[in-house]
Design a protein around this ligand. Sequence first.
Ligand code: GDP
Ligand code: IMO
Ligand code: MG
Length: 426
Amino acid sequence: MSNIVILGAQWGDESKGKLTDVFAEHADVVARYQGGDNAGHTIVLGEKTFILHLIPSGILRPNTVNVIGNGVVINLETLFREIDGLQAQGVEVSSKNLKISDRAHLIMPYHKLVEQWEQMGSATKIGTTSRGIGPTYSDKMNRHAGIRVGDLLEFDHFQKKLDYNLETKADALQVGDVARHTLLETYYNYAERIAPYVTDTVAFMHETIAADKRILFEGAQGTMLDIDFGTYPYVTSSNCTAGAVCTGLGIGPKVIGEVLGVSKAYVTRVGGGPFPTEMPPDLDEEIRDIGKEYGATTQRPRRCGWLDLVALRYATQINGLTAIALTKLDVFDTLADLQVCVAYRYKGKETTTFPSSLKVLEECEPVYETLPGWQQPLTEARSAEDIPQRTKDYIKYVADYLNVRIPIISVGPDRNQIVVLGAPLW
Ligand code: GDP
Ligand code: IMO
Ligand code: MG
C-alpha cells in the first residue's frame, strides 16, 4: 500500500489543502511535517469554506487521524483559535483525531516581535507572513533558545527557558508587551489545554506504518519557498520539499510511495522576490480577479504569472515527483492564448536549468511557447470525457515536458470539482 506525499511544486497556494482533503477520504492518517501557521489551506464543501493553518487537511474526514509532526512550528494561540473555529462549524477535533508532537517547537509571542524588528533593520524585504516563523526556526537551530511542546509538560523547565529568552531578546522586545507574569499564566493554561493532544508522534507514525494503514503527508508552502532550494533569501525558514517528510516526522524514505506535486495551471507568489514569468499588470489583475488570488493567511494580493516549466521541472527533480495535480485550470476558461515558459534566456543564451543565484535569475528572460486556450467552461467537468481536447493538449504538453504523469486536475474550489484523468494514485 502506497503512502502519498502531497506538496506544493511552486511558490505556495497551489491547492494542497483541497487535494489533501480529496485524498483523505481514503486515508487513515494525514500528517503535517513542516511550516507553521504561515500556511493557509482552503477546503470548500458546498456553502462552507474552511481555512486551515496548522491542522492537517484530513480533519474534515471523520475517520482520519491528523498528526502535527516534530518539523512543524506551533503557535498555541492560533492553534486553539483554529480548533475553536472548527468545533464551532461542527467539526470534531479531539485528542482522538489530532496528535501533536512533543518535539515540535513553539512559536512564542516574542518571535513575532523579533521578526518585526529584524525586518525593519534589513534591506531584504522578504514580505513574510509576520507569523514569527523565521525566528522560531532560528531558535530551534540555535538550541539554547528553542522551546518544544514537550517542555510545557515540565513547567519549571519551560519557565527557565522562557526567562532565558526574555533576557537574551531584550533588545528586540518592547518590554511591557510581553510581561513575564502574563506570559507564564497564559502558557500555564495552554499547557493544561494542549496536554491531551501531546503525543510521541514518532511512535504513533510507526504503529500506523506497522499496521499497514494509509498515510498522506501534507506539505505547506511550496518547493520554490524551500530554505535550501527556493529563491533564497525570499523563502520560508523550513525545507518544504519531499526530504522534509522524513525529518519532520521521524520516518524513513521507503515509507513514501508516491510524491504528488500540486501545481496551478499558472503561478502565483505572495511576498517579495524574483518571479520570472510574472504577468504584465493588466493580465496579472485579470487572473487575480478570476482566480480570487488573495492570500488565505494574510489576504495580500498574490502576484500572478504564466506557468514556469523551468521551475516546475526543477521542482520535479528535487522532490522526485511521481505525479502532478494540475489545479485552477478553470481560471483559463476565457483566455484565447496561453503562454508557458519553456526556457530562460540569460545573456543571450537559452537554459532550462533553474539558477541558484538571485542576480542571474533576475536577469533571466522567460522564453514562451503559446498554446491555444479552450474557451469553454471547465467547472462542471467531472470525468475525462467532459474535458475539451485543447485542455487535454495543454495538460499533455506539461506532462511531456516534465516527463511526469498528470492523473488528476482541479476545475474549481469545491471538493467535488476534481477530474481523474489517469490511473488513480489510490
Ligand atoms: P494551498 O495553500 O495550497 O492549500 O492553497 P490555498 O488554499 O492557499 O489557495 C488555493 C485557492 O484556490 C483557494 O482559495 C481554493 O479554494 C481555490 N481553489 C482550489 N482549487 C481550485 C480550482 O481548481 N479552481 C479554482 N477556481 N479555485 C481553486
Ligand atoms: P501555503 O501552505 C504562499 C511566503 C511569504 C513570504 C515567504 C516567507 O498556504 O502554500 P514566512 O512567514 O514563511 O517567513 O514568509 O514565504 N509564504 C507563503 N506563500 N503560501 C504559503 O503557505 C506561504 N507561507 C509562507 O509570503 O514570501
Ligand atoms: Mg495557501
